[in-house]
Design a protein around this ligand. Sequence first.
Ligand code: KIV
Length: 274
Amino acid sequence: MAKMTTQQLQSMKADGIKISMTTAYDYPTARLVDKAGIEIILVGDSLMMTVLGDDSTVACTMEQMIHHIRPVVLGAPNPLIVGDMPFGSYNVSTEQAIANATRLMKEGRCDVIKLEGGREVAHIVAAIVAAGIPVMGHIGLTPQTVSKLGGFKVQGRGEAAARALVDDALALEAAGVWGIVLECMPENVGKAITEQTALPTIGIGGGRYCDGQVLVFHDMMGIFDRFTPTFVKQYLNLGPDIVEAFEAFRSEVRSGVFPEARHVFGAISESEVD
Ligand code: KIV
């Protein structure tokens, strides 16, 4: 395999080849994703919920993102690595946005950055792209502004709301994003955006017509049991298996079954112990 590029992903759209993307927040997971040949890894600010136990992504910091992006980059040389810009790290000014995007690239070493929002962030996207940093867009349900949206719910219902999402996608394309995440919207809205832009669209609850799909690692592997959104397909249900393994370990420690002779180091002479 060779390093995935944004240009190759755009060619995949042109050739009708579907793109897969998942999240990873650490080195061992990144290695597994790389081995599976997945094209894009997102080091998402969803780490606040899936790994750090928070209720939302809002409190995520630049330091936390850099801390998690770096091991993913080390573990996965082949996929394109997308680093999420945390809430508040790109809305103060274009200077602030460029400075923080640059930090993710230089300190985290991701390949591209992602930020949430439509027309209202188009000027920020344009400034970051002009600074030489590839940007991925993210519209529909944007978790960083979940309070403003009134909860984790489907966006783009109704003609005006659907039109607004298409306009957001077109504005981001004009601003220079290379691709876009479509989260939680009616399938025909995802289809319209996919057809009306040259951008690879990566859906998460964005429907079957998107150019690719993204699932959060912990959701698809059955490790995150606080809630399971409708759009999630669980490919494994690891949670119960892991609990069973911990229970077996605890019971064997208590009964003395573990460790066995093969887990201990050879004895030294009694005199050396004294
Ligand atoms: O942070 C994240 O995992 C995301 C996905 C929901 C696309 O932005």
